[in-house]
Design a protein around this ligand. Structure first.
Ligand code: ADP
Ligand code: MG
Length: 630
């Protein structure tokens, strides 16, 4: 099948969107390709379609587990075989999936970047027939970018394993600098680059300096109909603002990564369906959420970078209809932003301390911990050691770059189970251990094929069927695991931290001082760009586009700056109009004043009289005391 047939057959779409077909062509011709398209532009199809045209498997590197899971489900729903490997999965589980990629008919293997650290993963990939490496959110490869993920740098090593496979890098935000960096860091040969304009003509960007932000928010909600999204800085504020909106009769709710998973999912659905009108959230909300009719996105605080702002505000108006991106930023916020960043940037000593404390937190002996995967509660860690969350996070990123550990965001993994011995051995065990007979029988009956692949299980469900408590089921499963009968991976909803190297003492902990300095400079530049954006009277859209290397963009005509300009021009415009009408009328006949004034359509009565006086003074019209004429 060719690419158009694939598009029709699997997605039911008749035609490609702008640039999609050019990008797909380039990939099919075997070129290393960089594609820049705004969010919602349809980047996924650019790698999914060519991968289906060709034989073999496409490896997709993606930074967010939630996005990966979404796409895998989506592909499966279209009858396409796809799998994902990410932090928190067991060794054996990963093993099985990789095997299937080598021997099976799997078309897409999604990987979170830190998986590339593993020799096992790289070795197995060398046996795969890889037709394409797709790098989603490719700006993560660049330390100049706003969302640098050190493990992305491992992608070039992956290329050496499968030298024939072209690379397609995709992103929705990248300055000229970052684009160049992507091409270098991904070792592109003869790169083909496609860039779609980032202009969003239906989106009206507004910066409002109101002191009373709550009142401003209410007035936005009152004046703009439809769904809204409000971004705040921290978790506490999400609930506060949501409550405030509710008290004012607006259906609102809140969302952040700490809300329990099912509740989070439910709220997200309700917002998508319009049952909740306004969602108040941290920046954890939004990635991969496809809602076309968001009418406004309000930021209650300054964002950390224009890249982040463009992404978040860009969630408004995907349907092409009028929408607003409002940034509430007064003078004190601007100073606070600067202070917050210099305060939260760790020193070398603090980075080292974070590492040291981490070892203590997990009670690791020196030299131990290599390859260890741990649930990591950052908030709890910070509380224990009295360090700010931002600073700790930033220190962890440095440690990640130095290759000491990897960190992934919250991952929900249901409980899973795999028998490690044969049917016969399980049967024998049942006979010898009558106390476990019921549980084993129930598992075999409920989840039949758990001998080749991990099966999802629900302990609560098992507990009900076996008529014991939840805790008893967990206890028995753990016992069976100790006996080597099965492998049991309990459910988790925590960020995952992996020690890549054994714990080292502070003497031997290496941190690249120059690099830390460089990061500080980059962060400072990003913040300065945000401050410039809010502070200058240049069309907001022009400013954003210039930042993304589109220097010659037109004024948008709908941002607060453009609207203010129009307003300032308007009085003159009206007077011009009145003049024009007076002259036109008098051209055909003479008028008495009492008839002339009501015949003029533009302006108020005083304005009309004043224009008539002006034109008389200028000698452009005449009067004999009664009639007015030219
Ligand atoms: P991005 O990754 O650029 O943000 P996605 O790949 O998630 O965007 O696509 C956004 C939406 O656009 C998806 O719902 C997708 O099905 C839809 N889409 C993509 N390409 C086409 C097309 N050629 N015709 C119609 N819809 C498309
Ligand atoms: Mg995407």
């Amino acid at each position: 099948m060719n690419e158009t047939e694939i598009l029709k057959r699997y997605w039911g779409f008749d035609s490609f969107r702008p640039l999609q077909d050019e990008i797909i062509r380039s990939v099919l011709d075997g070129n290393d390709t960089l594609a820049l398209m705004p969010t919602g532009g349809g980047k996924s199809l650019c790698f999914q379609v060519p991968a289906l045209v060709k034989d073999g498997i496409c490896i997709v590197v993606s930074p967010l587990v939630a996005l990966m899971k979404d796409q895998v489900e989506n592909l499966k729903g279209r009858g396409i075989n796809a799998v994902a490997i990410y932090a928190g999965m067991g060794k054996r589980e990963i093993d099985i999936l990789l095997d299937n990629c080598i021997y099976g008919k799997i078309k897409f293997l999604y990987l979170s970047p830190e998986r590339l650290l593993s020799d096992l993963v790289r070795e197995r990939i060398s046996y795969m027939d890889v037709n394409l490496i797709a790098v989603d959110e490719a700006h993560c490869v660049s330390q100049w970018g706003y969302d640098f993920r050190p493990p992305y740098l491992l992608i070039s090593a992956l290329r050496e394993v499968v030298p024939e496979a072209p690379v397609l890098a995709l992103t929705a935000t990248a300055t000229a600098y970052v684009r160049e960096d992507i091409v270098v860091k991904l070792a592109f040969k003869d790169p083909k680059i496609f860039v779609q304009s980032f202009a969003r003509s239906n989106l009206s960007y507004v910066v409002a300096a109101d002191e009373d932000k709550h009142r401003k928010l209410l007035s936005i909600a009152a004046n703009v109909k439809g769904s809204g999204l409000v971004y705040v800085r921290n978790r506490r504020e999400t609930s506060e603002i949501a409550l405030f909106l509710q008290r004012n009769g607006i259906a609102a709710d809140f969302y952040h990564a700490g809300v329990e998973r099912e509740t989070r999912f439910k709220r997200q659905q309700e917002w998508k369906q319009g049952k909740i009108r306004i969602m108040v959230a941290t920046n954890a909300f939004g990635m991969g959420i496809d809602k076309a009719d968001v009418r406004f996105v309000v930021h209650m605080d300054l964002p950390e970078s224009l890249e982040a702002y463009y992404q978040e505000a860009g969630r408004a108006g995907r349907d092409g209809k009028r929408a607003y991106g409002v940034l509430l930023a007064n003078r004190s916020d601007q100073m606070a932003l600067k202070a917050r960043y210099s305060d939260s940037f760790p020193s070398i000593e603090e980075i080292k301390k974070v590492y040291h404390n981490l070892g203590n937190y997990f009670q690791l002996a020196y030299g131990a911990g290599e390859g260890l995967n741990l649930n990591f509660d950052l908030a709890d860690y910070c509380k224990r050691f009295g360090i700010g969350v931002m600073k700790a996070m930033s220190a962890l990123k440095f440690l990640e770059r130095e290759g000491y550990l990897t960190l992934s965001e919250n991952v929900f993994l249901p409980s899973r189970l795999l028998f490690l011995v044969s049917h016969e051995d399980v049967y024998r065990f049942q006979i010898e251990n009558a106390g476990y007979d019921r549980l084993l029988k129930t598992i075999l009956r409920a989840y039949g094929g758990t001998f080749e692949q991990y099966a999802k299980i629900q302990e609560a469900d098992l507990a009900r069927k076996v008529a014991v408590s939840f805790n008893e089921v967990v206890k028995q499963l753990n016992f069976l695991q100790e006996q080597g009968l099965l492998s049991y991976l309990p459910q988790t909803d925590q960020p995952q931290l992996q020690f890549v190297r054994p714990r080292t003492d502070l003497m031997h902990l290496d941190i690249d001082v120059k690099y830390v300095k460089l990061r500080k400079k980059i962060l400072t530049d990003q913040i300065d760009a945000v401050l410039t954006y809010t502070g200058s009277a240049i069309c907001r859209s022009k400013q954003l586009l210039a930042y993304f290397d589109e220097p010659d963009a037109e004024k948008c005509g709908v941002c607060d700056v453009c609207l203010a300009e129009k307003k300032a021009e308007e009085p003159d415009l009206i007077l011009d109009k009145i003049d024009f009408e007076i002259i036109t009328l008098l051209q055909s006949e003479a008028y008495e004043l009492q008839d002339l004034v009501p015949a003029l359509k533009s302006g108020t009565e005083p304005e009309k009289l004043s224009r008539i006086g002006e034109l008389l003074d200028a000698g452009k019209i005449k009067t004999d005391g009664k009639n007015y004429y030219l």
